[in-house]
Write a protein that binds this ligand. Structure first.
Ligand code: FE2
Length: 225
């Protein structure tokens, strides 16, 4: 039998190579931020909630942000979206710092369109990213594809057709790009060393919204009150 797969969620993966001197510069800067505001917790330090939500305003992140911008354009092109009609903004950008045993719970970035994580420092076994869906197209009975059904042998083996989650443990210098509305979390760091990612949320809007109903009109045309 042939499976015809419709309406996929596409998560894009790419690589961004950087100079080791640049990596050290960025890592040291992120460690400084983290040490300034660290709270010991079972959860990772995430700069967006610690006063460091505009990382790309810092000049030393200019080169990496330009490289990330190129991959975001490629992601939009993968979806056959005409980027020439769009203005694209990083609405915020931040670092995450995950110590041994720390993780990040499931969440979405509902206020934006596209989100990404770039692994600036990623020792082996330092924790992958998990995506989850609560609206599975193939869910023929409620919760039939949750983990517990696997434990009870109702599901023979997990695959892309029958899973409510999928984990990617990418190597250092990988970037992963996904719709901001997608639920995601990170696995606990089990490497004994810190893991550092650079994350960001991206808003897209029309350069000219004339004739378009749904996508955001350019904020330059908005009226403030
Ligand atoms: Fe996130």
């Amino acid at each position: 039998m042939k499976a015809l797969n419709l309406f996929p969620l596409t998560v894009a993966q790419d690589k961004i190579l950087i100079d080791e001197n640049e990596r050290k510069l960025l890592v040291d800067e992120i460690i400084r931020m983290q040490e300034n505001t660290n709270t010991n917790s079972e959860y990772a330090w995430t700069g967006d909630t610690k006063g460091y939500e505009f990382l790309f305003e810092n000049k030393i992140f200019k080169s990496i942000s330009n490289k990330i911008s190129n991959t975001i354009i490629k992601y939009l092109q993968l979806l056959e979206i005409n980027t020439k009609l769009l203005d694209i903004y990083y609405q915020r950008s931040w670092a995450t710092y995950t110590k041994n045993k720390q993780s990040i719970n499931f969440h979405t970035h509902a206020q934006s369109n596209i989100s990404f994580a770039y692994y600036l420092l990623k020792p082996p076994k330092s924790g992958g990213i998990i995506f989850r869906s609560n609206e599975l197209q193939n869910e023929i009975a409620k919760n039939i594809f949750t983990n517990s059904k696997l434990d009870k042998s109702l599901i023979n083996k997990p695959n892309a057709y029958n899973s409510d989650r999928s984990m990617f443990d990418l190597e250092q210098d990988s970037i992963i790009i996904f719709p901001s509305k997608t639920l995601h979390a990170t696995m606990p760091n089990q490497s004994g060393e810190p893991r550092i990612s650079i994350s960001g949320d991206i808003s897209i809007m029309l350069k000219d919204s004339d004739g378009f109903e749904h996508l955001m009109p350019n904020f330059k045309n908005w009226t403030k009150f």
